[in-house]
Design a protein around this ligand. Structure first.
Ligand code: ATP
Length: 863
């Protein structure tokens, strides 16, 4: 393949031609569960097995209509299950789509971010630390590049790569920078040959799903045993065989919470979709669940708490200080010294600072009409803009001879530039890291040795700028003697202060986290003074700040002790995050940790919830994370925690709801057998209640909005059971009431015929179950507080299910299937009278109970 120009890359015509020959850069997709598979899955559950046995038994006993009804219920249930699961499946695949990888390429002379699938052979890829390489390529330019090839070779030590060497799709850059020409894409790559798939939303079942699946199975087995026991006993006592077998079947159907697993799945999947609307993309469903229990958020500063839109506002040199006007990356603006405009050409020291900022950089400004865009790191973009404002000459790329790239550990970078007359090393970075390699300083009177007093002046100036919350960069240079970059004996040039304003929403988000009992720990690579100033602007209370070096000096016990307080970590290396996460976890905290760089991946994996950045994050960090912030915003984490809490609460609500409905049925059936009455509910009626009416209501309960005081309570314990003692008591109390009430109705109406009595008891149970749902809408707030009409899905579900029950009683075909007869006003009044306390009593109890926590308006809407 001919070499593509490193100045321009491919043109649109080249790309089109290559696409025709080589196709898209993608691997054959994994087979997604198709509609048929999802449908078939509905028939493979334990419940369906019980039902099929039930239908067979009914058939064997000559109860053809019952067998038919059970068959129809199985179909209906499968239909509902299919709709839910299909919805969950499509929601998840939409999320998967959003994770598709991107790549930075050079095309038509411009660096552009494109979808990785658009890459064609010949493209020039631009590689930086954390980039996941999307195609096989040959390095055309490389500076200190090393690549992690463990996906291909299993070897986890990064491999150093030089020009003309190959890099492979699926591997990732651990350090350095490079430009590489693509040689193979898609299935033709080495990675394609071993065909893996990337960018998936994990479909592993979550703890919650596992726990509930387990609960459902246990109840299923218990149901079979109890049913067999009761039926066997009845037969031994000489009761009618047919009736006892049908009773046993009814009982087992009544005890199994059929809807549970499907309702959980759909709730989590719909919840994940709701989170995306709030800019939080969960890569694993488990993340949503864990988020609800998060007790600490460890966050970086730049870009998460702040806007990451940098503007240089101050320049400090030993004998002059300058102000800079203008905002953003628009070069309109100027540099002023004592109120007078100055340009690079007028002032040698200023010129040297500006030149270093311009040359020691990978950012570019592009212009689109009146608006300016920046490609690259915001810090560097701001320095380019500053260079424009000072009328500095732009660098010529061909004069760049070597580079020592920036890394978060070194916190500085250097380049070697050659002009016609000189060769120069230019360095920029954290001021203290630049100052430590300087022996001289540049002044208006020339270069002179750096004395302790002058070092002190630099440090004072650095502190003063940082105290204003500015990000401060230091600059140095020296002439080069050979083509090697040696960062020593350099001349200090000056400092630039960059403003990076805090994000508007973060202040409230921090306040909300505090009221929700969630601690916020800032861990930043920036200076402690800047970090403290920004924390102050955001009302994040800090009593102690530690630098990475100070952190290294602490032993585990000391670290545990400092982690009790309001602490901030500054000038840290990404590697140190891991230690902080582990120490917090040792205290029993559930930790959410943000990270964007390649070295953040281990900490993201270690954290309970690894949070990566959708905009500025690297591919490696994203792959290691559970949650991607599509807007890089801290406030999104807090919102996602709110969403996690909402979902856990909703799962608790519908589990309790479903089980209390089942409990009512079981209590009625068992007591009825004990007193020797005829069957109070028929097997088909129970199926109707559990599958047709309860399932729909439970899904609607899963869509309940967050409660107004949700973010005013401390995080739940990770081990919080879904049921707990209060849940079990509620289920038993409510179940006893509905069970006994429907039995009472049954016996009371018995003299008007068992059919009428049974239909009324059956309808009463359905109505009770529908009315009781209001008690579960919040486990501690009254419906007055959360709003009777705030969940339209629930109201819709109630209308539909109660409507269905009316049909079950009055519509002849359903009368045949469900063995019902029409009931009169009198019966409805009985039902109404017994239903009323179910609506009223929980409201009264909740209203009388003291509020668990002081209510506060903060966050009521945002959550
Ligand atoms: P955070 O960890 O909150 O994102 P950060 O961006 O300051 O903050 P790092 O990226 O680790 O963290 O940067 C650490 C320091 O290195 C910065 O404060 C800055 O002084 C310096 N620095 C950042 N970017 C560059 C760069 N491109 N070239 C040279 N030095 C840099």
């Amino acid at each position: 393949m001919a070499d593509t120009s490193l100045q321009t890359g491919l043109t649109a015509t080249d790309v089109a031609a290559a696409r025709r020959t080589h196709g898209w850069n993608e691997l054959p997709k994994a087979k997604q569960a198709g509609p048929l598979r999802v449908l078939l899955r509905q028939f493979s559950s334990f419940l369906v097995l019980i039902l099929i046995i039930a239908a067979a038994v009914a058939l064997a006993l000559g109860e053809r209509i019952d067998a038919l009804t059970i068959g129809l219920v199985v179909l209906l249930n499968a239909g509902l299950g299919f709709v839910q699961e299909w919805k969950a499946e499509t929601a998840l695949s939409a999320l998967r789509e959003m994770l598709s990888p991107q790549a930075l390429v050079l095309r038509d002379g411009r660096e552009q971010v494109i979808a990785a699938r658009d890459i064609v052979p010949g493209d020039i890829l631009i590689l930086a630390p954390g980039t996941k390489i999307s195609a096989d390529a040959t390095l055309r330019r490389a500076a200190e590049l090393s690549v992690d090839e463990s996906v291909l070779t299993g070897e986890s030590v990064p491999i150093a790569k030089e020009e003309e060497m190959e890099v492979f799709a699926g591997t990732s850059v651990t350090s350095g920078r490079a430009e590489a020409q693509v040689t193979a894409t898609g299935a033709a790559t080495e990675f394609g040959k071993i065909a893996h798939l990337t960018g998936s939303v994990g479909t592993k079942t979550t703890n919650l799903q596992n726990k509930l699946g387990h609960l459902a199975r246990q109840l299923g087995i218990a149901a079979l045993l109890v049913a067999a026991g009761v039926a066997g006993l009845g037969i031994l006592l000489g009761r009618d065989l047919n009736e006892m077998v049908m009773t046993g079947l009814s009982l087992s159907v009544a005890m199994v919470p059929e809807g549970l697993p499907a309702v959980v799945t759909i709730t989590l999947a719909l919840g994940a979709t709701a989170m995306v609307r709030q800019n939080a993309l969960a890569r694993r469903l488990q993340a949503v669940e864990t988020l609800g229990a998060a007790s600490v958020i460890c966050t970086d500063k730049t870009g998460t708490l702040t806007e990451n839109k940098m503007t240089a506002t101050r320049i400090w040199t030993l004998d002059r200080q300058y102000e800079v006007t203008g905002t953003g990356y628009d070069p309109a603006g100027h540099i002023a010294w004592q109120g007078q405009r100055v340009r690079a050409a007028d002032d040698a020291v200023l010129g040297a600072v500006l030149k270093t900022g311009l040359y020691c950089s990978h950012a570019h400004l592009t212009r689109d009409g009146d608006t300016w865009h920046m490609v690259g790191a915001p810090t560097e973009g701001a320095l380019i803009t500053l260079g424009y404002k000072g009328w500095c000459d732009l660098p010529e790329e061909r004069n760049l001879l070597a580079e020592l790239p920036f890394s978060s550990a070194r916190k500085r970078m250097s380049v070697l530039y050659q002009s016609e007359t000189t060769a120069e090393i230019l360095t920029k970075g954290a001021p203290e890291r630049v100052l430590e390699v300087c022996t001289h300083i540049m002044t208006q009177d020339g270069i002179r040795p750096l004395t302790d007093t002058e070092r002190g002046s630099v440090e004072d100036a650095y502190t003063q700028l940082a105290e204003k919350g500015l990000r401060v960069m230091g600059f140095a240079s020296r002439s080069a003697t050979d083509h090697q970059i040696s960062e020593k004996d350099m001349t200090f040039l000056g400092l630039v202060g960059l403003i990076d304003p805090p994000r508007a929403e973060v202040r409230d988000a921090i306040a909300m986290a505090r009221s929700a009992g969630i601690r916020v720990v800032m861990i930043t690579g920036d200076s402690p003074i800047t970090a403290k100033a920004i924390a102050g602007q955001l009302s994040l209370s800090i009593t102690q700040q530690l630098t990475g070096a100070e952190l290294d000096a602490l032993d585990e016990a000391q670290l545990e002790a400092v982690l009790q307080g309001d602490i901030l970590f500054a000038r840290t290396k990404p590697e140190q995050k891991m230690r902080i996460v582990s120490a917090l976890q040792a205290q029993g905290q559930i930790v959410a940790m943000t990270g964007d760089g390649v070295n953040d991946a281990p900490a993201l994996k270690q954290a309970d919830i690894g949070v990566s950045m959708g905009i500025r994050g690297t591919d490696v960090a994203r792959d290691a994370s559970d949650l991607v912030l599509l807007d890089d915003n801290f406030a999104t984490i807090v919102r996602a925690i709110g969403e996690g809490r909402r979902q856990f609460a909703n799962v608790q609500k519908f589990v309790r709801y479903l089980l209390s409905s089942n409990a009512g049925e079981v209590i009625a059936l068992v007591i009825n057998i004990a007193v020797g009455g005829p069957l109070v509910f028929l097997a088909t009626q129970i199926l109707w209640m559990n599958l047709v009416t309860d399932g729909v209501t439970a899904v609607a309960l899963g869509l309940e909005k967050s409660e107004p005081d949700q973010m005013q309570a401390p995080p739940r314990d990770k081990e919080t059971p879904i049921l707990g003692v209060s849940g079990i008591v509620t289920i038993l109390v409510l179940g006893s009431y509905t069970g006994l009430a429907s039995l009472w109705i049954f016996f009371h109406l018995m003299d008007q015929g068992v059919e009428l009595a049974r239909t009324t008891a059956f309808t009463a149970m359905v109505v009770f179950e529908k009315v009781s749902v209001f008690a579960f809408r919040s486990l501690h707030l009254t419906c007055w507080r959360i709003g009777w009409f705030s969940n339209p899905f629930l109201l819709g579900a109630l209308v539909v299910t109660l409507g269905a029950q009316v049909l079950a009683v009055y519509w002849p075909p359903l009368q045949v299937l469900l063995h019902t007869v029409p009931i009169g006003l009198n019966e409805w009044m009985f039902i109404g009278a017994f239903a009323l306390p179910i609506l009223v009593a929980p409201e009264v109890l909740k209203a009388l109970r003291p509020a668990p926590l002081p209510r506060d308006v903060i966050g009521a809407e945002a959550a």
